[in-house]
Design a protein around this ligand. Structure first.
Ligand code: 13P
Length: 214
């Protein structure tokens, strides 16, 4: 069985003060769960996450160079990141990320020992370049992101089973989009839902903890 993975994607929320409080709370919490979790804060707080598993929300595909404002895979490794979110729908929509860019970032992340969490909005975005790779896929339908209208467990299972046919049995497929403490367990009960990518509900440490343990 695949170990379920719960990912907090803070997006552009929480500065270092809030991040430090979140970390302190998590470090003192008794987390009784056989699930894996990882927090993906903005770059500015990654250095605070020493004992809490952490990942980045984005990276560049080149090793280094004249790419003002960008961050490399090696830099994320130096900060102790284990995961990196790639191709989030907000990056595809606002920053022009294409399937080709996603494929390049996935290759670089893997070369540096980072596990990519590749976000897709549809089955079609699970391109051949992603097949056979040690990655995590996150299905996030745009209509469910930040709207309070999560997919039904049946819809998630339907799409995940189609993605499963492309990527095989060893890849974890997460669901994302308006995940809450209330709907987490019914989504997780689906056979092809191997975890959750949580936006808004992950900003509150108590709610995120409930989701981890639900
Ligand atoms: P919400 O959970 O806020 O809908 O965001 C989903 C998401 O985009 C996580 O990556």
């Amino acid at each position: 069985m695949l170990t379920p993975l719960l990912v907090a994607n803070w997006k552009m929320n929480h500065g270092i003060t809030e991040a430090a409080e979140f970390i302190q709370f998590l470090e003192n919490a008794e987390i009784s769960s056989d699930r894996e979790f990882v927090v993906c804060p903005p770059f500015t707080s990654l250095h605070l996450f020493k004992n809490i598993p952490h990942g980045a929300q984005n990276m560049h595909w080149e090793e280094s160079g004249a790419f003002t404002g960008e961050v490399s895979a090696a830099m994320l490794k130096e900060l102790g990141c284990t995961y990196v979110i790639i191709g989030h729908s907000e990056r595809r929509q606002h920053f022009g990320e294409t399937d080709d860019i996603v494929a390049k970032k996935v290759a670089t992340a893997l070369a540096h020992g980072l596990t990519p969490i590749v976000c897709v909005r549809s089955v079609d975005e699970v391109t051949p370049a992603l097949v056979g790779k040690e990655i995590v896929i996150a299905y996030e339908p745009v209509w469910a992101i930040g709207t309070g209208k999560a997919a039904t467990p049946e819809h998630a299972q339907d799409i995940h089973s189609q993605i499963r046919k492309r990527v095989g049995d060893t890849v974890r497929i997460l669901y994302g989009g308006s995940v809450s403490a209330e709907n987490a367990s019914s989504l997780m009960a689906q056979p092809d839902v191997n975890g959750l990518l949580v936006g808004g509900a992950s900003l509150d440490v108590n709610i995120f903890l409930k989701i981890i343990q639900s």
